[in-house]
Design a protein around this ligand. Structure first.
Ligand code: ZN
Length: 109
Protein backbone atom coordinates (compact mmCIF):
# COMPACT_ATOMS: atom_id res chain seq x y z
CA UNK A 1 0.00 0.00 0.00
CA UNK A 2 1.16 3.51 -0.85
CA UNK A 3 0.95 6.00 2.02
CA UNK A 4 0.19 9.74 1.88
CA UNK A 5 3.86 10.74 1.94
CA UNK A 6 4.95 8.16 -0.61
CA UNK A 7 4.93 7.87 -4.39
CA UNK A 8 5.84 5.36 -7.04
CA UNK A 9 9.26 5.59 -8.70
CA UNK A 10 8.78 6.74 -12.29
CA UNK A 11 11.35 4.20 -13.45
CA UNK A 12 10.99 0.96 -11.46
CA UNK A 13 7.62 1.51 -9.73
CA UNK A 14 9.06 1.02 -6.24
CA UNK A 15 7.26 2.88 -3.44
CA UNK A 16 9.55 5.69 -2.30
CA UNK A 17 9.29 8.85 -0.19
CA UNK A 18 7.19 11.50 -1.97
CA UNK A 19 9.96 14.06 -1.51
CA UNK A 20 12.70 11.77 -2.84
CA UNK A 21 14.53 13.25 -5.79
CA UNK A 22 16.38 10.06 -6.57
CA UNK A 23 14.97 6.55 -6.20
CA UNK A 24 16.99 4.61 -3.59
CA UNK A 25 16.34 1.35 -5.48
CA UNK A 26 17.20 2.13 -9.11
CA UNK A 27 18.93 5.52 -8.67
CA UNK A 28 16.85 7.29 -11.32
CA UNK A 29 16.12 10.97 -10.75
CA UNK A 30 12.40 11.73 -10.36
CA UNK A 31 10.84 14.53 -12.43
CA UNK A 32 9.12 17.38 -10.60
CA UNK A 33 5.71 16.42 -9.26
CA UNK A 34 2.97 16.32 -11.87
CA UNK A 35 5.26 17.20 -14.75
CA UNK A 36 7.04 14.86 -17.12
CA UNK A 37 10.53 15.87 -18.33
CA UNK A 38 8.93 16.51 -21.73
CA UNK A 39 6.39 18.94 -20.29
CA UNK A 40 9.07 20.68 -18.29
CA UNK A 41 11.24 21.08 -21.38
CA UNK A 42 8.26 22.45 -23.29
CA UNK A 43 7.53 24.94 -20.52
CA UNK A 44 11.16 26.11 -20.52
CA UNK A 45 10.96 26.53 -24.28
CA UNK A 46 7.76 28.53 -23.94
CA UNK A 47 9.28 30.87 -21.35
CA UNK A 48 12.40 31.33 -23.49
CA UNK A 49 10.33 32.05 -26.61
CA UNK A 50 8.19 34.53 -24.71
CA UNK A 51 11.23 36.35 -23.29
CA UNK A 52 13.00 36.43 -26.65
CA UNK A 53 9.89 37.88 -28.29
CA UNK A 54 9.50 40.46 -25.52
CA UNK A 55 13.11 41.70 -25.56
CA UNK A 56 14.31 40.90 -29.08
CA UNK A 57 11.05 40.34 -30.96
CA UNK A 58 11.62 43.20 -33.43
CA UNK A 59 14.68 41.30 -34.66
CA UNK A 60 12.67 38.11 -35.10
CA UNK A 61 14.89 36.27 -32.60
CA UNK A 62 11.98 34.22 -31.23
CA UNK A 63 11.29 33.09 -34.81
CA UNK A 64 14.88 31.96 -35.31
CA UNK A 65 14.75 30.18 -31.95
CA UNK A 66 11.64 28.21 -32.92
CA UNK A 67 12.96 27.32 -36.37
CA UNK A 68 10.97 29.82 -38.48
CA UNK A 69 14.13 31.12 -40.14
CA UNK A 70 12.51 32.73 -43.20
CA UNK A 71 9.94 34.62 -41.12
CA UNK A 72 12.75 35.54 -38.73
CA UNK A 73 14.68 37.18 -41.58
CA UNK A 74 11.53 39.00 -42.72
CA UNK A 75 10.93 40.31 -39.21
CA UNK A 76 14.58 41.29 -38.89
CA UNK A 77 14.55 43.47 -42.03
CA UNK A 78 11.10 44.97 -41.29
CA UNK A 79 11.80 45.47 -37.54
CA UNK A 80 9.02 43.06 -36.67
CA UNK A 81 6.62 44.71 -39.11
CA UNK A 82 7.28 48.01 -37.30
CA UNK A 83 6.58 46.21 -34.03
CA UNK A 84 3.03 45.19 -34.94
CA UNK A 85 4.03 41.70 -36.03
CA UNK A 86 6.06 41.32 -32.84
CA UNK A 87 3.09 42.31 -30.66
CA UNK A 88 0.84 39.82 -32.47
CA UNK A 89 3.46 37.08 -32.00
CA UNK A 90 3.82 38.02 -28.34
CA UNK A 91 0.07 37.64 -27.76
CA UNK A 92 -0.05 34.34 -29.67
CA UNK A 93 2.91 32.99 -27.64
CA UNK A 94 1.41 34.20 -24.34
CA UNK A 95 -1.87 32.44 -25.17
CA UNK A 96 0.01 29.23 -25.95
CA UNK A 97 -1.07 29.10 -29.60
CA UNK A 98 2.44 29.44 -31.05
CA UNK A 99 3.96 26.50 -32.90
CA UNK A 100 7.55 25.72 -33.80
CA UNK A 101 8.69 25.01 -37.37
CA UNK A 102 7.75 21.33 -36.97
CA UNK A 103 4.22 22.23 -35.91
CA UNK A 104 4.67 21.34 -32.24
CA UNK A 105 2.78 23.70 -29.93
CA UNK A 106 4.90 25.85 -27.63
CA UNK A 107 2.86 26.47 -24.53
CA UNK A 108 2.89 26.72 -20.77
CA UNK A 109 1.52 23.37 -19.64
ZN1 ZN B 1 13.30 3.26 -8.96
Amino acid sequence: MKLENEKYCQECGEIINAKAEICPKCGVRQAAAGMTPDQQQNQNKWITTLLLCWFLGVFGVHRFYTGHTLIGVLQLITFGGCGIWTIIDLIVIALGNFKDAEGRPIKNN
